[in-house]
Design a binder for this molecule. Structure first.
Ligand SMILES: C[S@@+](CC[C@H](N)C(=O)[O-])C[C@H]1O[C@@H](n2cnc3c(N)ncnc32)[C@H](O)[C@@H]1O
Length: 313
């Protein structure tokens, strides 16, 4: 693993503004990465403020620990943000968090370092785990899963139209020789994909599907959103940046559901709506996208969409 790759933070000012940082507040950065958002939050916090960072990735944690050594207001833990409620409870800050930021997906260092095995462009070991010490690698999954399961992962998480065909090609090839390298898998997927999209590597969708599956990204997001709602104080902000439609759909539906409440489940003529049916979130503004200037400086920001909500109950 190489620690020399850097990450350009997406929607940096917009996300920290969205958190409406209070000088004495207690904040969570659920996706520390290389700490771009965290550093700006710390600049905005006062001496009484606190920031707790999460990341699954050992190199992100190393960067976080270096920052924590310099700044006593900050700590970082190697844990999924899906478990942020448990971590907050241990620290006695559950229900007291003033703002939570999730900047989803993978960081540029993870994609750029071929040794992490995320890239179909740079050949590396077929791994794809954000935390390489936990769970099953992409190579292990591809070696053992059924053809149907591989097709489901390509289709459900990669939105790959030709998932079945591509899974069949993978299973056929693995019976002769196991997949160990990203370029080898990308090559087989490329040949099996009958309809190349303009400007897109034919293995892109299948690789995205694998990555999301291997890291349980959508499951973690669903758990993380529920945990965030429970852990925030009333008036606290939830800011989420998504990079593809599957993530954004989950975030949008979650925020809308809790901003609407459940009064429509009650008889229409009920004079008073019980508290348990009232909204728990208020939507703040419209979805935010990267500005022209940011798009020019960082093409990765093209697919970013940020949503903000505030806890009202
Ligand atoms: C887009 S990057 C965040 C970049 C960061 N905001 C910055 O400015 O440097 C996403 C990071 O979140 C981490 N990550 C993704 N899902 C996670 C999860 N469920 N729990 C903890 N960390 C996660 C990844 O390892 C990666 O480092």
């Amino acid at each position: 693993m190489n620690s020399n790759f850097s990450h350009i933070t997406v929607l940096l000012d917009e996300a920290v503004e969205g958190l409406a940082v209070r000088a004495d507040g207690c904040y969570i950065d659920g996706t520390f990465g290389r700490g771009g958002h965290s550093r700006l939050i710390l600049q905005t916090l006062g001496a009484e403020g606190r920031l707790l960072g999460f990341d699954k990735d050992p190199l992100a944690i190393a960067t976080g620990n270096a920052l924590a050594a310099d700044d006593g207001r900050f700590v970082v833990v190697q844990r999924s943000f899906a478990e942020l409620a448990e971590e907050a409870a241990v620290r006695g800050i559950d229900g007291k968090i003033s703002g939570i930021l999730l900047d989803l997906g993978v960081s540029s260092p993870q994609l750029d370092d071929a040794e992490r095995g995320f890239s179909f462009l740079n050949d590396g070991p077929l791994d794809m785990r954000m935390d390489p010490d936990r769970g099953v690698s992409a190579a292990q999954f591809i070696a053992t899963a059924s053809e149907e399961e591989i097709a489901r992962v390509f289709k459900e998480y990669g939105e790959e139209r030709f998932a079945k065909r591509m899974a069949r090609a993978v299973v056929q090839r693995r019976s002769e020789q196991a997949f160990e390298r990203t370029a080898d898998l990308a090559q087989v997927l490329t040949v099996a994909n009958p309809a190349w999209e303009k400007g897109k590597n034919p293995a892109t969708r299948a690789f995205q599907g694998l990555r999301i599956y291997i890291n349980n990204e959508l499951g973690d997001l669903e758990r993380g959103l529920d945990a965030a709602l429970e852990s925030l104080e009333v008036g606290g902000r939830l800011v989420v940046i998504s990079f593809h439609s599957l993530e954004d759909r989950i975030v949008k539906q979650f925020m809308r559901k809790h901003a609407k409440g459940e009064a429509d489940k009650l008889p229409r003529d009920l004079p008073i709506i019980p508290k348990a049916f009232e909204p728990r979130l208020k939507l703040i503004g419209k979805p935010v996208f990267a500005s022209e200037a940011e798009l020019k400086a960082n093409p990765r920001s093209r697919s970013a969409v940020m949503r903000i909500a505030e806890k009202v109950r």
